[in-house]
Design a binder for this molecule. Structure first.
Ligand code: GLA
Length: 426
């Protein structure tokens, strides 16, 4: 057996050939004479070496949101001015207004619901805004046959300056599950040098570890191109900065509706059942656009297979707003089971054609006029991937009317900043 002194001596560098041979012989004898040690080595190191050789099993999706999620979120209307009364009211209105029947499901509280963490690091609700607490609110929402969502941030603080989940991911996920949360929107403020992929993966794992089905809505603004890596991490991911309730233009970090639409071009192949591109929540009914423009906004979101998260005050909805948000034919396009996002297939200055393949082999087509005057917009069947000779049924999804069947092409006047939305089929 080798003594410690001998091991030290043999491990010195620059040994001669004969001495090096004796050194290896010495090691070998040591292993043979110490079978127990050898067994321990094999027991611990072989599995490690073996594991390193094996490729990682592919991460599977969580199986949620096979069609784009639909619901209501507090941010676009109320921002930080939120309270449990407003959330309760939204849940009630979701039912009484018919939005629930139309398919809207999630009531999501955005930023500013949090108070300070307690002595154990547990997340708490701001008592002045949510005096009865989040569990009671979730129960209230569930009792109306709806689902309940909440918001946090991957960094140390939320965008509104409330405590973020950084370093508390598993603790927070367990707390959300205990409260009955069904949907988490996870923001990207105050993240310093954090890596987006690993940060979102951590919370995704934490949510799964709770055992409760929780839709994971990633709000990283498209900075790290989540469409390239997040299909099994989140159920939806923001592709841009925040929406601004305007037809077009920029306001600090926010983008007008058409600016957001332009940024969706080229992203369709990354979206599908369980993992959706999210061009941000709806502004329909918030007052910054005309009814015509809101109709375009809603049509384009459906065409893009976007999550439909209403963002208006549901207790003060005009008939026009309600008509837009509950248009069953447009919603059916958004929720089409094929889950294929539409593409801009033609652009001629301000006139555009968008096409979305549907499960029944048909197409949802949006003819869009971005100009300041009414214009004629045309689509040819070749733009849609159909033979010119094919005769197609044409249905207008805003007039709720079948139009005469067409072959080869279709042309119609479209109002300024408006759309004509069609369903073409056999
Ligand atoms: C970011 C998000 C918004 C909203 C706010 C809340 O700006 O992109 O959707 O959640 O934070 O502070």
């Amino acid at each position: 057996m080798l003594t410690d002194a001998r091991v030290v001596r043999l491990s010195k560098p620059a040994l001669s050939g004969g001495r090096r041979y004796r050194q290896y012989l010495g090691y070998w004898r040591y292993f043979v004479n110490n079978r127990g040690f050898l067994a321990v080595c094999l027991f611990f190191f072989l599995p490690v070496a073996h594991a390193q050789e094996k490729p990682e099993p592919p991460r599977t999706a969580n199986g949620l949101s096979l069609t784009p999620p639909m619901g209501w979120n507090s941010w676009n209307k109320f921002a930080c001015n939120i309270s449990e009364d407003k959330v309760r009211q939204a849940a009630d209105q979701m039912v009484s207004s018919g939005l629930k029947t139309a398919g809207y499901e999630y009531i999501v509280i955005d930023d500013c619901w949090q108070g300070e963490r307690d002595a154990d690091g547990q997340t708490t609700a701001d008592k002045s805004k949510f005096p009865t607490g989040i569990k009671a609110l979730a129960d209230y929402v569930h009792a109306r046959g709806l689902k309940f969502g909440i918001y946090s941030d991957a960094g140390t603080k939320t965008c509104g300056g409330r405590p973020g989940s950084r370093g508390h991911e598993y603790q927070d996920a367990l707390q959300y599950a205990a409260w009955g949360v069904d949907y988490l929107k996870y923001d990207w403020c105050n993240v310093g040098t954090q890596d987006a992929k690993s940060s979102y993966l951590t919370m995704s794992d934490a949510l799964r570890a709770t055992g409760r089905p929780i839709v994971f809505s990633m709000c990283e603004w498209g900075t790290a191109k989540p469409w390239l890596w997040a299909s099994n991490v989140g159920n939806l991911w923001r592709t841009t900065g925040d929406i601004w309730d305007h037809w077009q233009g920029h306001k600090t970090y926010s983008l007008g509706m058409m600016d957001i639409v332009d940024l969706q071009v080229g992203l369709s192949s990354f979206s599908g059942p369980g993992h959706w591109n999210d061009p941000d929540m709806l502004e329909v009914g918030n007052g910054g656009m005309t009814t015509e423009e809101y109709r375009s906004h809603f049509s384009l979101w459906a065409e893009l297979a976007a999550p439909l998260m209403a963002g208006n005050d549901l207790s003060a909805m005009s008939p026009e707003t309600k008509e837009i948000l509950t248009n069953a034919e447009v919603i059916a396009v958004d929720q089409d089971a094929l889950g294929k996002q539409g593409d801009r297939v033609k652009k001629d200055g301000d006139l555009e054609v968008w096409s979305r393949p549907l499960k029944d082999g048909g197409r949802a087509v949006v003819l869009l006029n971005r100009s300041e005057t009414s214009r004629k917009v045309a689509v040819s069947w070749e733009d849609l991937g159909y033979p010119h000779s094919l005769k197609l049924h044409v249905r207008d999804l805003w007039q709720h009317k079948d139009l005469p069947p067409s072959a080869g092409e279709f042309e119609t006047p479209v109002a300024s900043h408006g759309v004509v939305m069609l369903r073409l089929g056999f």
